[in-house]
Design a protein around this ligand. Structure first.
Ligand SMILES: Nc1ncnc2c1ncn2[C@@H]1O[C@H](COP(=O)(O)OP(=O)(O)OP(=O)(O)O)[C@@H](O)[C@H]1O
Length: 569
């Protein structure tokens, strides 16, 4: 399945839909819709001569039906009930097959749309600049990828259903015209949707869903904080209130929907009664033509109410489409010079120096530069400790070295040459990070390590663990196959950090960046990490952000950062 949108166009919800729906598939679904309706219409019209033949009253048929009977006779069909019944059953069977094909084709089309949107949005997320990504609320992105895209898929399904209902109605209208022109006019009276209100309620409902989603995500992410602050009951109250809001919106929506359906049913019944009265009293229509007309109304009524229902659901889904279009447009505008998703970028291996030269960077909304024409060179295979007061710009500088942040001016240099933009993915593949709070996945230690290098051998895993002072793994009952829990919660902070270091080492990085790796650890664990870094000295290029002395002692040199510049020694 091709899930790429060739020309990204996210200016509006409709544009997103246009870009993500394959036209040929859509044309196929529409053709099948028309075909099913056509067969149904022909089947009903065919009932007229059938009834006329059965009642021996062919002369009383309305013009078009009489012409059809003549056509059937010319085609060699005897005006016998048996032959007509066979054709009727054949048509129903054909319709059933066409209907089945339409249903499957429509479902497939919906899947293609949803998968295309989801893949495209994820692609845009991965390709967006880190600066923008890090400032985003991740629950919005989760909503974009999960709830919103599903809502769009559902809304699109409603459009298709509405299309099918509209084609059925049009078919019923035309057939009714053929059978009894006066009665058919009344069909149009039935639909009086409560459209504006439905649209508004749909948006309210959409917002309520988003709130529930965001609150759930935030609460789950803050469980530790909630418990430590004893804020359980407050959070529970807020959570219940969010759901109450959602239920209110759902009930209002259902009420509006139910009222619309009721209006339709009553109006439909009135239309049916009115047209029957007109046909019998005014136009003296024969019972043979009247019966299929009744069948048509019976068929048209559910189509009418389905049209109303689909419209309301579509209004609900449209807000999701608009939100997705806005977010995708935002992401599309901040894509990196080249997609990061190069399948297998070949790492770079500078031989003498990794440097930033006259680099300047502002964080959004901050008038002062966090890095101010800063120059710093890291000789290969040395350890540089970066210290300085909080907020001095150490993490920002590390992100510039790792090419996660692209400076406004200044250059990242490898062996004295500026890194060309197309080599960004290659440089990123050459850098490994160990963060303050390491992120481990809820799987085994082995899987966590292999995530960095899927082809690593057992011996390489053991070597990385040894280099990271993480031999404790071998003492665990399940060894490398021990599960680490959500974000590594089943390990101690020090153990988590040493696994993260082993994972980083497995990548054999050209530059290893450690951002305060021991800030959350006790002295014993800090000493273990310091010993591991001491063992790596001279083998790797290491940039080590460290507040505390114990770690800085393992460095070949210490650079002090202050207000975005390197402080004079
Ligand atoms: N995404 C962001 N948006 C706006 N300002 C930011 C952002 N990230 C960092 N800053 C600001 O930039 C400045 C430098 O931040 P940075 O994290 O680089 O400092 P640091 O020296 O690593 O601090 P610490 O030692 O406390 O971790 C700080 O004032 C911080 O508030």
């Amino acid at each position: 399945m091709d899930t790429t949108i060739p020309a990204p166009e996210f200016s509006s919800g409709a544009a997103v839909l246009r870009a993500a729906v394959p036209r040929r598939r859509l044309a196929g679904v529409i053709a099948l819709m028309v075909l099913t309706t056509l067969t149904e219409g022909i089947g009903l019209v065919l009932l007229v001569p059938l009834l006329a033949v059965l009642t021996g009253n062919a002369g009383a048929l309305p013009g078009p039906a009489r012409a059809l009977l003549g056509l059937a006779q010319r085609a060699g069909l005897p005006p016998a009930p048996g032959a007509l019944l066979c054709v009727f059953v054949g048509l129903v069977a054909f319709r059933a097959i066409a209907n089945y094909a339409r249903k499957i084709a429509a479902e497939r089309l919906g899947y293609v749309l949803v998968d295309t949107l989801r893949t495209r949005a994820f692609h845009l997320l991965l390709g967006a600049r880190w600066q923008v990504l890090s400032a985003m609320r991740q629950s919005d992105n989760a909503a974009l990828l999960i709830t919103n895209v599903d809502r769009i898929g559902f809304a699109f399904d409603q459009i298709l259903r509405a299309g099918a209902a509209a084609v059925t109605l049009a078919g019923a209208g035309i057939t009714a015209m053929l059978l009894a022109p006066a009665g058919a006019g009344l069909t149009l009276l039935a639909y009086k949707g409560l459209r504006r209100r439905a649209g508004h309620l749909g948006e309210v409902l959409g917002r309520a869903y988003d709130d529930v989603h965001a609150r759930t995500q935030e609460s789950l992410g803050a469980l530790r904080l909630i418990k430590s602050l004893g804020a359980e009951s407050r959070v529970e109250r807020d959570y219940a209130e969010t759901f109450a809001e959602l239920r209110r919106a759902q009930l209002a929506y259902s009420r509006s929907h139910g009222r619309g359906q009721g209006v339709l049913q009553v109006a439909g019944a009135a239309a049916l009664a009115g047209s029957a009265w007109l046909a019998i009293e005014r136009f003296h229509t024969s019972p043979a033509a009247l019966l299929p007309l009744v069948a048509l109304f019976v068929r048209a009524l559910p189509a009418l109410s389905s049209l109303q229902e689909c419209w309301q659901e579509w209004l609900h889904g449209r807000s999701a489409l608009d939100e997705t279009a806005t977010l995708m447009a935002t992401l599309a505008a901040v894509q990196e010079p080249r997609a990061v998703s190069d399948p297998d970028p070949v790492p770079l291996a500078p031989a003498s120096t990794i440097a930033v030269e006259r680099v300047t960077f502002h964080h959004p909304g901050r008038p002062e530069p966090v890095l101010d024409a800063l120059t710093l060179e890291l000789p290969v295979a040395t350890t540089t400790a970066l210290t300085g007061p909080s907020g001095a710009g150490k993490s920002t500088l590390a992100d510039v070295f790792g090419a996660l942040l692209l400076p406004e001016s200044g250059t990242l240099m490898l062996d004295g040459a500026a890194l060309p933009p197309q080599d960004l993915p290659r440089w990123r593949a050459s850098v490994a990070y160990v963060q303050q709070e390491p992120l481990l996945f809820h799987t085994s230690i082995r899987e966590n390590l292999l995530w960095a290098r899927p082809d690593a051998s057992e011996a390489e895993l053991h070597a990385a663990l040894a280099d990271a002072a993480a031999q404790f793994v071998h003492a665990l009952p399940q060894g490398l196959d021990t599960l680490v829990g959500d974000r590594g919660a089943w390990l101690s902070g020090g153990e988590r950090q040493r696994i993260a270091l082993a994972r980083a080492l497995l990548r054999r990085p050209a530059l290893l960046i450690l951002d305060e790796p021991t800030s959350a650890l006790d002295a014993e664990n800090e000493a273990l990490i310091a010993a591991a870094l001491q063992g790596l000295r001279g083998k790797l290029t290491i940039l080590l952000i460290a507040h505390r002395g114990a770690l800085a002692e393992v460095a070949d040199r210490v650079v002090v950062l202050s207000r975005g510049i390197v402080a004079p020694a």
